[in-house]
Design a protein. Structure first.
Length: 276
């Protein structure tokens, strides 16, 4: 993959900072000037990245957008199957298959697993991807944390596994994941409780959001909200297992393991593309 996507995300990251610092919504000319770009160039970058005008996209990036999403497009997961993806199914033109490894595989710290990894470009900046022969087991975004720290974070989750740099082995799954077409496979490696949480996240459709309490209720542990939130944050396959779609009940963003600017950009990107 080339670096076009990372360039676009870099512009979006700077736009978030400019929007947050401004006391009122910025006109196209003002926002473009803060990006040190011409209005026409800025318009082209937005159109190439998401398909809506900078003025409209600015509304999606606003700090209050998560609350608006929660009011308008919240799914309680009981009805998620009616509107989107549950487990194995279609999301736009992407066919996603997943399977969970046994508790024994997780308990062994990845012993016996051959995990291949590589660095890729994505609409949300550089990403470190990992996969076994069964599918992707890690997608970590490096724009905020750096590639080395992201790689170390993912490797530390399965300390007994064997790791080798082989981006070509997992590239088709990564490309399908971010292109939104083709087939991507996911191998869930985690504790049984966490896997239940990640399965619930797979039921949240693109452009929709849910809450940590909804997830806890969905897996039959309505009082385990904090534990569910922790499991959401430990999701190793970000984006495909959409932990960015989980919000606090108040409408606040909550945390995001790879940095809140990435989470905001993902939510805004999905909402804008859904409209476009």
């Amino acid at each position: 993959m080339d670096q076009t996507h990372s360039y676009h995300y870099g512009v979006m990251r700077r736009a978030i900072e400019a929007i947050d610092a401004a006391p009122a919504p910025l006109a196209l000319e003002d926002l473009a000037a803060r990006m040190e770009m011409s209005p026409a160039h800025f318009q082209r970058v937005f159109s190439a990245w998401v398909g809506v005008s900078p003025k409209r996209y600015q509304q999606y990036l606003a700090l209050g957008h998560a609350k608006a999403l929660l009011r308008a497009r919240r799914t309680t997961l009981e009805t998620a199957q009616e509107v989107g993806l549950s487990g194995t199914g279609r999301l736009h033109d992407l066919f996603l298959r997943w399977e969970a490894m046994s508790p024994g595989d997780y308990g062994a710290g990845g012993a016996g697993l051959d995990i291949r990894y590589g660095n890729f470009d994505s609409p949300f900046g550089p990403v470190v991807a990992m996969g076994t022969e069964r599918g992707l087991c890690g997608l970590g975004f490096a724009a905020e944390t750096g590639a080395e720290a992201t790689l170390r974070d993912l490797c530390d989750r399965w300390p007994a596994a064997r790791f080798s740099e082989a981006p070509h082995a997992i590239a088709p799954w990564v490309e399908a994941a971010f292109a939104g077409r083709g087939e991507a496979r996911v191998a869930l490696i985690g504790a049984p409780f966490a896997i239940k949480v990640w399965q619930a996240l797979l039921e949240v459709p693109s452009g929709h959001v849910t809450t940590y309490s909804d997830i806890a209720a969905r897996i039959g542990a309505p009082r385990a909200i904090r534990a569910a939130a922790t499991a959401v944050g430990r999701n190793p396959v970000s984006w495909l297992i959409p932990c960015h779609r989980a919000l606090r009940k108040s409408g606040e963003l909550g945390g995001y393991h790879w940095g809140l600017p990435v989470k905001r950009a993902m939510l805004a990107w999905e909402a804008a593309r859904g409209e476009a």
